[in-house]
Design a protein around this ligand. Structure first.
Ligand SMILES: C[S@@+](CC[C@H](N)C(=O)[O-])C[C@H]1O[C@@H](n2cnc3c(N)ncnc32)[C@H](O)[C@@H]1O
Length: 385
């Protein structure tokens, strides 16, 4: 690529990334070859502090602030609410972003893509990752990148053209549908619901090839899984050693609103007790995952204690309307109220105890399997119990 970049900015970002992770030198040098600033729109949103509010930034009026954000290890949001919220308004849900550079480089390292290979990317977004992939595979390789949002796809296509990349083929397409061609590598930069990895990705990856996909459930964002495709048309995977959080594939969205009208101390709910403090399994990612595998469509919520009521942990299942509330009962136990056809806390607790009894295995102990007829995520040895 031949786009001028801010040398100071790239240097600062490389320094920041050196302290954030152990990236191979050839991955860090990509930041010089493919400057991030060429792929970020002039108007975007950033969080100035972690978990802080999103703020609009316009390069035309705040160039220095814009550059600082672009050349830092931060997510840059480029669209809210599928485009229904327009800059400078701050929307409800980010629907397109340039991922953190550490996540981008980490995923490229996990993907282990080589010069000359053919790659399919799902989720073009800004086009930056597609350009990085194009730089790695070189002119002997190809990158097909699919984006479902027409406005994002058009902008990215223009940026990729302006960058003079001849080996990238941007497509306006739903990446969960049949791709054409055979690929050495597939990388998803939108998250895939457990049990719903499009089988066509496996069918269109050559045996020995790799599919890298951030997985999720409604209850928890899951691990980044590296699948290897086998001769028999199946794929097996393990969690990569890095945490990512991606927006879900648009084609897999389910209506996200849950009924929250329940009364935590509803006298009609079934009452029981537990000795498990619900905050631990619900608030820690690695603890929540075994529960998410058992009750993937559930949502959780945690209310802090107020003067009028205790802290409350909630589980709610939008499909059946079932819910559970768990509160400290003044002793070392917790009062559990459950209502609806499912006993959500009982299901969650059983899954949690099952995982604890196995020594609380890490995310990497889960084995992911994709066949034409079945998808599963199981703990090593659990199928022989
Ligand atoms: C986190 S962004 C991707 C970042 C991007 N790779 C980059 O370098 O900027 C996720 C993107 O995935 C797109 N997306 C979501 N679901 C999709 C689908 N089913 N097919 C193709 N793209 C999808 C979104 O519109 C969004 O632009």
């Amino acid at each position: 690529m031949t786009v001028a970049a801010s040398d100071d900015g790239v240097r600062a970002l490389i320094e920041e990334l050196r302290s954030a992770g152990d990236f191979p030198a050839e991955r860090l040098s990509l930041l010089n070859a493919v400057p991030r600033e060429s792929f970020i729109p002039s108007r975007m949103w950033v969080q100035e502090v972690e978990d802080g509010p999103y703020e609009p930034v316009d390069r035309a009026t705040e160039n220095e602030r814009w550059m600082r954000a672009v050349y830092s290890n931060r997510v840059i949001v480029t669209q809210f609410d599928d485009g229904a919220t327009t800059w400078p308004e701050v929307g409800y849900r980010p629907t397109c972003s340039a991922s953190m550079p550490s996540a981008v480089l980490g995923m490229l390292t996990e993907l282990d893509v080589q010069p000359g290979e053919s790659v399919l990317e799902i989720g073009t977004g800004t086009g930056w990752n597609a350009a990085l992939l194009a730089e790695i595979v070189g002119t002997q390789g190809t990158v097909v990148t699919a984006e479902i949002d027409p406005a994002m796809a058009a902008d990215a296509r223009k940026r990729l053209e302006d960058a003079g990349l001849v080996n990238v083929y941007p497509r306006l397409a739903d990446g969960s549908t049949e791709p054409s061609g055979e690929f050495d590598r597939i990388i998803a930069t939108a998250s895939v619901h457990i049990g719903h990895l499009p089988y066509s990705w496996v069918a269109h990856t050559r045996p020995g090839g790799v599919i890298l996909a951030p997985m999720r459930a409604d209850l928890a964002s899951g691990p980044l899984v590296r699948f290897v495709v086998h001769e028999d048309g199946t794929a097996t995977g393990r969690a990569a050693d890095m945490q990512v959080g991606f927006m879900e594939m648009r084609s897999q969205r389910v209506p996200s609103s849950v009924n929250t009208d329940q009364q935590w101390d509803d006298p009609d709910a079934e009452l029981s007790t537990t000795d498990i403090a619900p905050w631990v399994p619900l608030l820690a990612d690695d603890h929540r995952w075994p529960i998410a595998v058992a009750v993937p469509s559930c949502r959780y919520d945690v209310w802090e204690r107020t003067d009028d009521r205790p802290g409350v942990a909630w589980l709610r299942d939008p499909l059946t309307g079932s819910w559970a509330s768990v509160v400290p009962d003044g002793s070392k136990r917790y009062a559990v109220r459950q209502s609806g056809p499912r006993r959500l806390w009982d299901e969650a607790e059983a899954a949690y105890r099952w995982w604890q009894a196995r020594g609380e295995p890490p995310l990497s102990a889960w084995r992911w399997t994709i066949t034409p007829n079945r998808q599963s995520v199981t703990l090593d040895g659990a199928d022989k119990e």
